[in-house]
Write a protein that binds this ligand. Structure first.
Ligand SMILES: Cc1cc2nc3c(=O)[nH]c(=O)nc-3n(C[C@H](O)[C@H](O)[C@H](O)COP(=O)(O)OP(=O)(O)OC[C@H]3O[C@@H](n4cnc5c(N)ncnc54)[C@H](O)[C@@H]3O)c2cc1C
Length: 115
């Protein structure tokens, strides 16, 4: 296992995969499991197939203002829904995507039990 070794690119080679790290070192493996966020995964693939482009490219992202607070009254009422990271959206069809002014981005709040 290699820690602190960012992967730069993954390339299919024969029946395996070639992994290049930031230093340029190439290592060949039988298979690779990519566990990054989907947009990062797509950028890592040297030769993504159509299905990988479609699935990994389907996610939209936005920048959200986040408040760190200690006000437990802002948490969901249901105890099991109370996480450290909560957000509110306007409805089931609200979108976080930029460029759609009619739809509000999620409001996010990060709760801390201590100050
Ligand atoms: C502020 C905050 C609070 C949260 N609180 C909770 C909580 O209370 N309970 C809960 O269940 N969830 C919580 N979550 C969500 C939880 O953190 C995520 O759902 C979970 O970490 C996702 O795990 P993952 O392995 O899919 O992705 P990640 O944990 O994001 O792991 C992806 C990894 O890929 C690595 N990576 C990216 N690019 C490369 C590259 N090129 N080469 C090598 N490595 C790379 C990254 O360094 C990272 O370590 C919280 C998230 C945030 C941001």
């Amino acid at each position: 296992m290699r820690t602190s070794t960012p992967v730069r690119v993954l390339r299919r080679v024969g029946s395996g995969v070639e992994v290049a790290d930031q230093s340029g070192e190439l290592v060949r493996y039988d298979a690779a499991v990519v566990a990054t966020h989907p947009d990062q995964a797509l950028r890592l693939l040297a030769d993504p197939i159509a299905a990988e482009r479609e699935v990994l490219g389907a996610f939209e992202y936005s920048r959200n203002e986040t408040l760190l607070h200690t006000d437990s009254s802002l948490l969901p009422i249901a105890p099991r829904a109370q996480a450290s990271w909560n957000y509110r959206i306007g409805g089931c069809h609200a979108s976080a995507s930029a460029g759609r002014p009619e739809q509000q981005p999620p409001a996010t709040a990060s709760w801390s039990a201590t100050t």
